[in-house]
Design a protein around this ligand. Structure first.
Ligand SMILES: [Zn+2]
Length: 199
């Protein structure tokens, strides 16, 4: 058994031993909100946003981008499970700012091993063969941080399956301080629309 596997299972036993009455939690998030954020290991939404089990939905992907699949989760989040407010939270020093579609397509075409990042950028050091399949994926990388938050909030706001009365807040989490900084232009873009305008 790998070390990681053993550690995870041991930690889980400890967690389950003091699970208490969390087994009685309802499926819909008690605080009726959802967070879309990056998978970056330095971000712990439960801690930085004060969540306990059962409180909120947390949807994560590389970059915290409003991908089709993130929108699928958000739509399920309100339509079936009743969330009424959403956050889009990107962060400083995001790995998605370090490459673009061309970069990752080139790296994966060269080999499937882990690439290295140095002062001249990403470099593939693995043995081939790689695959050209990466050509068919939009990797949703980030060029300008705040603009990516605005464009993700805008995409969700304008999506035909998203009701206008759900406010969407745009934030950037600072990995050096743990603080959430608002992207005012994103929150403005994500403002709830008046009911009469929605109809
Ligand atoms: Zn990130």
């Amino acid at each position: 058994m790998s070390n990681v596997l053993r550690e995870v299972l041991t930690a889980n036993q400890k967690y389950a031993a003091s699970f208490g009455d969390k087994g009685k939690l309802a499926m819909p998030p008690a605080r009726r909100f959802a967070i879309l954020t990056c998978m970056d290991a330095r971000l712990d939404p439960a801690k930085f946003a004060g969540l306990a089990e059962g409180d909120a939905h947390v949807i994560r992907n590389a970059g915290g981008r409003a991908s089709d699949d993130a929108i699928r989760s958000l739509v399920i989040s309100y339509k079936l499970l009743g969330t009424r407010e959403w956050f889009v939270i990107h962060h400083t020093d995001c790995g998605m700012e370090t490459f673009n579609n061309d970069t990752i397509r080139r790296l994966l075409a060269s080999s499937l091993e882990t690439a290295t990042l140095d002062s001249s950028g990403w470099r593939d050091v693995g043995r081939g063969p790689g695959s050209t399949e990466a050509e068919f994926i939009d990797w949703l990388t980030i060029n300008v941080r705040a603009e990516a938050v605005v464009s993700d909030v805008r995409r969700i706001r304008n999506h035909p399956l998203v009701p206008g009365d759900i406010p969407i807040y745009g934030y950037i989490y600072d990995v050096r301080t743990g603080q959430l900084d608002e992207v005012a232009a994103a929150t403005k873009e994500g403002r709830a629309r008046q009911a009469e305008l929605v109809r």
